[in-house]
Design a protein around this ligand. Structure first.
Ligand code: G3H
Ligand code: 13P
Ligand code: NA
Ligand code: ZN
Length: 331
C-alpha cells in the first residue's frame, strides 16, 4: 500500500528505526528494492530525482510505482521526489502521483548557487503550504552538501554547489534548524554534516573531523520530534569498488559513510537515509563481470538479472542494518 513520508517516519520514530530511501530510474531498480523489502518485511521509500523523471518519463514512473504496490500490496511504499529544485517541480511531481516531495532550497533553482535564508524558507514554505493541503509530505534541506576535506560541493554528476564552501555552509547550524522547521513546517529535515553525493565522499576512512555526526546529535537535542534526513549516505563498499575495478572499471580508491555511523544517526533522530551510489555500483559491478566473462552474451536479461540481484542484496543489508526489517507488518 502507499504511505506518506510523514506517516512512515512517525512510525520509524516510534519504533526507533531508519528507512533507507533508494533511488530508481528503471524497472530493474524498482523490482530490486521491492524484492528486498518483501524478503525482510520492510516498508520502503522509493525516490526519483529530476534526472530520473527526465530519463524514464513521469508516466512510466507513475505506473511503475502503481505496479510495485499492486505486486507487493503488503509492503508500505512511499513515493518521493528527490531534490526538487523549485516549487513548480514539486507540483508537477504531485500531479504525477508522488505522495512526498523534497523541496531542496539549500541551492537556488540552478542547483549550483548556495541559497540564502530568505530564499530557502520562502520556496520551502510555498511548497509545504500547498502540499499539506493535499496530505502530501515535504522534506526540506538546510545546509549545503559537500566535503569538509576540500570545501567542494558535489561535482561528478553535474549538480551540486559550485565554488569553495565554508564550514558554516557545509554544517547545518542547530539554532537555524529550529527556526527553519518552525517557519516552514517541513515533515522531514535534510541536514549537512560533511557528506556529498556520489562515490567520492572522503579520501580516507572518515572520522569526526570530516563526517560531523555530532551536528546531528545537537540538532536532535533541540528538535527531538523532527525527522532528520541524511543525504549522500552510500557506504561505497570496498568489495563493490574491487569488483568494478577487477572487470575493467577505473574507480580511484574512495570512502563513503560507514553503516555504523548511520546507525549512530538513527539513534539521534535520523529517519530517512538516502542511498543511490551503492546501488549503482552493485549493478555495474555485476554487469561488468557478466559481460567480461561472457563476451558473446547480448541478451540484456543475462546481465540485468544478476545486477538486480546484487542491488536486492545491498538493499536487504541496509534494511537489516537500519532495523527497517520486520516493520512492514507492524504498520
Ligand atoms: O541527488 C542524487 C541522487 O543520487 C540522484 O542522482 O540526479 O543523477 O538522478 P541523479
Ligand atoms: P549517495 O550518492 O551517497 O548514494 O546519495 C544519494 C542521495 O543523497 C540522493 O538524494
Ligand atoms: Na530526498
Ligand atoms: Zn541527496
Amino acid at each position: 500500500a502507499r504511505i506518506t513520508l510523514r506517516q512512515l517516519l512517525e512510525h520509524a520514530a516510534e519504533y526507533d528505526y531508519g528507512v533507507p530511501a533508494f533511488n530508481i530510474n528503471n524497472m530493474e531498480q524498482a523490482l530490486a528494492i521491492m524484492a528486498a523489502a518483501d524478503e525482510t518485511d520492510s516498508p520502503v521509500i522509493i525516490q526519483a530525482s529530476r534526472g530520473a523523471r527526465a530519463y524514464a518519463h513521469d508516466v512510466m514512473l507513475k505506473h511503475m510505482m502503481d505496479a510495485v504496490t499492486e505486486i507487493y500490496p503488503h509492503i508500505p511504499v512511499c513515493v518521493h521526489l528527490d531534490h526538487g529544485n523549485a516549487p513548480s517541480t514539486c507540483m508537477t511531481a504531485i500531479q504525477a502521483g508522488f505522495t512526498s516531495v523534497m523541496m531542496d532550497g539549500s541551492l537556488e533553482a540552478d542547483g549550483k548557487t548556495p541559497a540564502d535564508w530568505t530564499y530557502n524558507v520562502g520556496v520551502t514554505k510555498t511548497v509545504t503550504d500547498i502540499a499539506h493541503l493535499g496530505g502530501i509530505s515535504v522534506e526540506g534541506e538546510l545546509g549545503v552538501l559537500g566535503s569538509l576535506e576540500t570545501g567542494m560541493g558535489d561535482k561528478e554528476d553535474g549538480h551540486g554547489a559550485e565554488g569553495k564552501l565554508s564550514h558554516d555552509q557545509l554544517l547545518t547550524d542547530p539554532e537555524e534548524a529550529v527556526k527553519f522547521v518552525q517557519e516552514t513546517k517541513v515533515d522531514a529535515l535534510a541536514i549537512a554534516m560533511g557528506t556529498s553525493h556520489g562515490a567520492y565522499k572522503f579520501t580516507r576512512k572518515p572520522d569526526g573531523d570530516i563526517l560531523a555526526m555530532h551536528v546531528i546529535e545537537e540538532i536532535h537535542r533541540r528538535l527531538p520530534d523532527t525527522h532528520l534526513v541524511m543525504h549522500g549516505s552510500s557506504s561505497v563498499p570496498q568489495d563493490l569498488q574491487d569488483i568494478i575495478n577487477q572487470y575493467g572499471g577505473e574507480m580511484p580508491q574512495t570512502w563513503g559513510v560507514p553503516v555504523n555511523e548511520i546507525q549512530r544517526g538513527i539513534k539521534n533522530g535520523v529517519r530517512k537515509i538516502n542511498i543511490d551510489t551503492d546501488n549503482r555500483m552493485a549493478m555495474t559491478g555485476q554487469i561488468r563481470k557478466i559481460l567480461a566473462e561472457n563476451p558473446g552474451e547480448f541478451d540484456p536479461r543475462k546481465y540485468l538479472k544478476p545486477a538486480r540481484e546484487a542491488m536486492q542484496k545491498l538493499c536487504k543489508e541496509r534494511l537489516e542494518a537500519f532495523n527497517t526489517a520486520g516493520q512492514a507488518s507492524k504498520i
